[in-house]
Design a protein around this ligand. Structure first.
Ligand code: ADP
Ligand code: MG
Length: 697
C-alpha cells in the first residue's frame, strides 16, 4: 500500500536522507520495506515489547515467560556436538543458576564470559538439560558498578532485511526527535479525543515506540491500548473519508435522470409466475428513486442466495430501456453471465426488448456484430462478463450498469464503468450474495448506498445440512441413487482449493466416471471450467430440463446457477472451503418447494477451524449469520475479497478488533465532511496517499 502521508509542513515527507548515518545503501534497504520518509518510520511500530525495566531473580524464572536476569559467570563450556556450542552458566543472589546457550558465536564473545564476569541477559527461559536455559539471549557484560535499567519497555521492531535491530532502533529514535508538536500534527478534534479518552497522535506515536514501565503490556500486545486505538481510529477514519470523497466526486459529475416510466416493468410483472416479495418491492422502489435523480446511483443490493435479486435488476434495466437508453449486466463468470442472458431473454424479449450477449469468448464476426449493435443502440440490454468493460466496447447510451456478485468484483473495475457512459456517468447497481455485517458494510462500502433483500420468496424450505466423513462415500452414493429414483435431481460438486482449473476438471472427470460406473440407471452430466462454453451451457440446460438426474460439477456452478428442481447437493472436500463459498454452493439447492439437503463430505481429521465452519453451516441457512461467523473466523480481508485494496491493507487498524470504533469513525467522518473538509482531505492524504489511489483505479 502507498505510504501514509503526514502534512508536508511537518517535514513528514522528508526523505530518510535527512537522518544522519543514512546513505544510499541503507536507504535502499529501508525502501525495500516501504520505508522512505520520516513518517514511514514514525509509523513503523513495534510488533512487541521486552521489559528490561526490572530484573527477575533466577529462582523466580518461569519457563516460557520472557524476563531479564543478572548474574555472575560460574562456568563456561565450549564444545562441538554436531555444531559449535557455547554454554555459559550464571548464578545470582537467589542462589539459582541459569544456562545461556549459543550455537553461533565469535571467539571474542567467548573471551567476554570470564568466570566471575557480571552478565545481564534477556530472553525466554526453557527447560534444559539441567534446570532452565535461554538460547541466544540478548545480553550485555556489565562493567564495574554499572547498574542502569531501561526506563521504558524496549520495542521489538519487525525485522528489516540487512538492517540490524540496534541500527533500526537508533534510526527510529532519530526520526521521532523530528516529530512535530501537537499543534502541527493533530488533525482530530481535541474534545472528541478527550471524550473517547484517547491521546493525541503525537502522544500515541511516542508511547508506542517507548512505553513507560507501568504501561499495560497485555493491552499493547493485544493491540487494544488507547495509543493503538487512537491510531486505528484515525486510520479507519481516513479510509472512510477516502471512500466517501470518492463517492462525492463521482456524484458531483452528475448524470441524466431517468423518467422512471414503469410501463415495461408492469408488463414484466404481469408475465411473471410469482409476485414480488415485500423486500424485493422495497428495494426496487429505492432503486427507482435513485434513478430519477440527476446524480449517478451508487447502490449495493445485498441479498442472500435465492432471494431474487435478478428480477429486481431486470426491472431496473427496464426503466433505462423505457427511456430509450441502455443497461448492461455484468457477471464474474462466463457461466453465470450466460445464465443471466438466458434468463433475461426469457423475461424481456417477449416485451420487445433486445438482449445482447457479449463475453470475452465472443470473437470474430459475432463480436463485431454484437459491438455494432451495442454502439448503435439496437441492443437494449447487454449481458456479459467483465470483458464488457474492456476497451473497444462503445455503448450508444449506457444509462445503467448492473454488476452481479460484487464479492468478486473490484472497486477498480466498478470505477472503470464511469467512463462507459457517453457524456454522462452511468447509474450503478451492485448486487452481492455475500452479505456482510452492517458495521463492516458501512466501512467497506462507504462509497455506496446499501439495500438488503432480507426475505426469501415464500414456499422455500430450508436446506438440511449434514457433514459426512468421506469413509461413507459408498453409503452416500446409494442414497443419491434412491433420491434420483424418486425423481430428485442432485449436484455432486468436486472442489480442490489452490489447484488449477485443469486439475479440478480432472478430479471432476474421475468422479464422473466413478459415479457412472456405480449408478448405471441414472443419467449423469459433467460440467467444468475446461469445457467449451457451448458444451457447458448444453449440459446445464439438459440438467435444468430434467434430462439429467445427477450433475457432476466443479465450483463453476458456485454463483447464480438456478435449477429449482435440484434438491440434493454433495460437496467434496468441504473441510477445505471457506464459509462464504460453501454457503454460495449450498444456495444452488433449496430454490424450489421440495425439501432439500446438502451433504458436506469431508476428509478427517478436521481442524478446529474446519469443524467450526461445518458446524456453522449445519446450524444455519442465514447468510447474514454466516457472514458474521466468517468475519470472526477469517477476518475482514478475506471476507471482502477483491476490495482488499481499501481494507485489508490497514497497518494498524483491524476491523474485527476495532469494530467498536466504527460508529465513532462514521460520526467523525460526517462531522468533518460537513464542517472541516480541508482537514478531511489532510487526513486522507496522510494515511491513504491522496485521491490518486482511488481515482487512478
Ligand atoms: P439470487 O438473489 O440468488 O440471484 P435469483 O434472482 O436467481 O436469486 O432468484 C432465485 C429464484 O427465485 C429464481 O428462480 C427466480 O425466478 C425466483 N424468484 C425470484 N423472486 C421470486 C418471488 N418473489 N417469488 C418466487 N420466486 C421468485
Ligand atoms: Mg444471482
Amino acid at each position: 500500500m502507498p505510504a501514509p502521508h503526514f502534512h508536508a509542513a511537518a517535514g513528514a515527507d522528508a526523505s530518510l536522507g535527512v537522518l544522519s548515518g543514512v546513505g544510499p545503501v541503507l536507504r535502499e534497504k529501508l525502501a525495500a520495506r516501504g520505508l522512505s520518509t520520516l513518517q514511514d518510520l514514525w509509523l513503523h511500530l513495534p510488533r512487541g515489547y521486552e521489559d528490561r525495566t526490572t530484573l527477575t531473580a533466577i529462582r523466580d524464572l518461569r519457563p516460557g515467560e520472557p524476563a531479564q536476569v543478572e548474574g555472575r559467570v560460574e562456568a563456561v563450556e565450549r564444545g562441538f556436538r554436531y555444531r559449535p556450542l557455547l554454554r555459559v552458566a550464571i548464578a545470582d543472589g537467589s542462589r539459582a543458576s541459569l544456562v545461556l546457550r549459543f550455537f553461533h558465536f565469535r571467539a571474542q564473545q567467548v573471551a567476554q564470559f570470564a568466570v566471575g564476569a557480571r552478565v545481564r541477559a534477556f530472553g525466554t527461559p526453557r527447560p534444559g538439560q539441567v534446570g532452565l536455559e535461554i538460547v541466544h539471549p540478548s545480553y550485555r557484560v556489565l562493567g564495574d558498578g554499572e547498574q542502569v535499567l531501561s526506563e521504558a519497555l524496549d520495542p521489538v521492531y519487525p525485522v528489516i532485511e540487512g538492517v540490524g535491530p540496534v541500527s533500526l532502533r537508533k534510526l527510529i529514535v532519530q526520526a521521532l526527535s523530528k516529530l512535530p508538536d501537537d499543534a502541527t500534527l493533530e488533525l482530530l478534534p481535541r474534545e472528541h479525543l478527550r471524550k473517547l479518552q484517547l491521546p493525541s497522535l503525537r502522544e500515541a506515536i511516542l508511547l508506542l515506540h517507548a512505553p513507560p514501565p507501568d504501561a499495560d503490556v497485555m493491552a499493547l500486545q493485544n493491540g487494544v491500548h488507547p495509543a493503538q486505538r487512537r491510531l486505528a481510529l484515525e486510520e479507519l477514519l481516513a479510509h472512510q473519508l477516502g471512500l466517501r470523497r470518492q463517492r462525492l466526486a463521482l456524484q458531483a459529475e452528475g448524470t441524466r435522470a431517468l423518467r422512471g416510466d414503469e410501463a415495461l416493468v408492469e408488463r414484466l410483472l404481469a408475465t411473471l409466475p410469482f409476485t414480488l416479495t415485500a423486500a424485493q418491492q422495497r428495494v426496487y422502489a429505492q432503486v427507482r428513486e435513485d434513478l430519477r435523480k440527476p446524480r449517478p446511483m451508487l447502490r449495493l443490493v445485498q441479498g442472500d442466495v435465492g432471494s431474487g435479486k435478478t428480477v429486481v435488476a431486470a426491472m431496473a434495466a427496464l426503466l433505462a430501456v423505457a427511456d430509450g437508453r441502455q443497461a448492461a449486466l455484468m457477471a464474474p463468470t462466463e457461466l453465470l453471465a450466460e445464465q443471466h442472458c438466458h434468463g433475461l431473454r426469457g423475461w424481456l424479449e417477449p416485451l420487445g426488448v433486445r438482449v445482447c450477449w457479449l463475453a470475452g469468448k465472443v470473437t470474430g464476426k459475432a463480436r463485431a456484430k454484437a459491438l455494432a449493435e451495442v454502439a448503435a443502440g439496437t441492443a437494449h440490454v447487454v449481458v456479459g462478463t467483465h470483458a464488457l468493460m474492456q476497451e473497444g466496447v462503445e455503448f450508444q447510451d449506457l444509462a445503467l450498469a448492473i454488476v452481479d456478485e460484487q464479492h468478486r468484483f473490484g472497486v477498480h473495475q466498478r470505477l472503470a464503468l464511469r467512463d462507459k457512459g457517453r457524456g454522462s456517468v452511468p447509474h450503478q447497481l451492485v448486487m452481492t450474495a455475500t452479505p456482510i455485517p452492517r458495521t463492516l458494510a458501512m466501512s467497506a462500502y462507504a462509497d455506496l448506498d446499501v439495500s438488503a433483500i432480507d426475505e426469501l420468496p415464500p414456499g422455500r424450505t430450508p436446506v438440511t445440512t449434514v457433514a459426512l466423513s468421506v469413509d461413507r462415500r459408498d453409503e452416500l452414493i446409494e442414497r443419491i441413487r434412491f433420491a434420483c429414483a424418486e425423481g430428485r435431481q442432485a449436484y455432486w460438486v468436486c472442489t480442490l482449493i489452490d489447484e488449477s482449473d485443469e486439475v479440478e476438471a480432472q478430479a471432476a472427470q474421475t468422479t464422473f466416471e466413478t459415479l457412472q460406473a456405480a449408478v448405471k440407471e441414472h443419467r449423469i452430466g459433467l460440467v467444468h471450467g475446461r469445457m467449451k462454453p457451448a458444451d457447458k451451457q448444453a449440459t446445464m440446460l439438459a440438467f435444468k430440463a430434467g434430462e439429467l438426474d445427477l450433475l457432476v460439477a466443479t465450483t463453476v456452478i458456485e454463483v447464480g446457477v438456478d435449477v429449482p428442481n435440484a434438491s440434493l447437493m454433495v460437496i467434496e472436500n468441504a473441510e477445505r472451503l471457506g464459509l462464504a463459498q460453501l454457503h454460495q454452493l449450498r444456495g444452488r439447492v433449496g430454490r424450489g418447494s421440495a425439501a432439500s439437503s446438502c451433504v458436506l463430505l469431508y476428509q478427517g481429521p478436521l481442524s478446529a477451524l474446519a469443524r467450526q465452519r461445518l458446524d456453522t453451516l449445519r446450524q444455519t441457512n442465514d447468510g447474514f449469520a454466516i457472514a458474521e461467523k466468517d468475519l470472526q473466523l477469517r477476518g475482514p480481508g478475506e471476507l471482502l475479497g477483491t476490495r482488499q485494496t481499501g481494507l485489508a491493507g490497514f497497518r494498524i487498524a483491524d476491523l474485527v478488533r476495532d469494530a467498536d470504533l466504527l460508529p465513532q469513525v462514521h460520526a467523525l467522518a460526517d462531522r468533518l465532511l460537513a464542517s472541516a473538509p480541508d482537514t478531511a482531505d489532510r487526513i486522507v492524504e496522510r494515511w491513504v496517499g491522496g485521491a490518486a489511489r482511488y481515482a487512478s483505479a
